[in-house]
Design a binder for this molecule. Structure first.
Ligand SMILES: [Zn+2]
Length: 255
């Protein structure tokens, strides 16, 4: 912890890069872990070509959101102390931004402004038409599904509807990439939280930070692909260390 504080305390603006590890502490299953989603479903079902080809997959997808799946749009999961610690960094004026691989929207639910969060893999809050890109809150589409339209189409153009989560075979959202590059440009340090930095192209943000010689601190249980790039590494649960780490970075809380 001491070394991590030493590295991050002098940084005016810190870029935080988060992965599934921060959301698992809210109860959301990860993808790659031993109990991860990929052990239960076929990753090929998460390819955009198969989604386009299969009405059954689309029906099943909306159904899973309706059923309140933990990662879905109606999930009742809440941000945990790790998410709140990052919000605290923002309140102290020390956050360059959050670049996240998570689609659960838990950073937003701490009250963090959308302009401070780049969701590289999209999110479940919003859905859009794959043809004309018209956008709705996912909740609105779920209401159509509940009313009996199991595979609803775009009312404007008849195109397929899909949540704004990125499937295999899709490009990362341009606007989110732009935000990520902006955060990177203004950051003096990088804090990696709950990510093994194994998924490209999201991991590119970490390598770009290293290329810019930004000091890197990693908080993650277990090894990551970026361990050799880190000035400090804390191998522990995020909720256990992040609140204390942030307090030490920004100084004592006002009493
Ligand atoms: Zn459309």
């Amino acid at each position: 912890m001491g070394r991590a504080v030493e590295v991050l305390r002098p940084a005016e603006k810190i870029l935080v890069f988060t992965g599934a590890g921060i959301s698992t502490e809210s109860g959301i299953p990860d993808f790659r872990g031993p109990d991860g989603l990929w052990t239960k479903v076929d990753p090929d079902d998460f390819h955009i070509d198969r989604f386009r080809a299969s009405s059954e997959l689309r029906v099943r997808g909306w159904r899973m959101h309706l059923d309140g799946e933990l990662w879905g749009a109606r999930s009742k999961v809440r941000p945990n102390p790790g998410h709140h610690a990052i919000k605290r960094l923002a309140d102290a004026g020390r956050l360059a931004g959050v670049v996240t691989q998570n689609v659960d929207g838990l950073h937003h639910r701490t009250g963090l402004a959308d302009s401070l969060v780049a969701e590289l893999h999209g999110n479940v809050r919003d859905s859009h038409c794959l043809d004309c890109d018209r956008t709705w809150p996912t909740e609105e589409i779920l209401a159509w599904v509940e009313a009996g339209n199991q595979d609803p189409k775009c009312p404007s153009c008849g195109g397929m509807l899909k949540t704004r989560t990125i499937m295999f075979g899709e490009l990362l959202p341009e606007e989110e990439l732009r935000k990520a590059m902006f955060f990177l440009a203004v950051a003096d340090a990088l804090l990696v939280v709950g990510s093994t930095v194994a998924v490209w192209p999201a991991s590119d943000v970490v390598y770009r930070a290293a290329h810019r010689s930004l000091p890197i601190v990693i908080v993650n249980r277990g090894e990551t692909e970026a361990d050799l790039l880190a000035a400090a590494k804390i191998d522990a649960g995020i909720g256990e260390v992040l609140p204390d780490l942030v307090e030490a970075i920004i100084g004592p809380a006002p009493s």
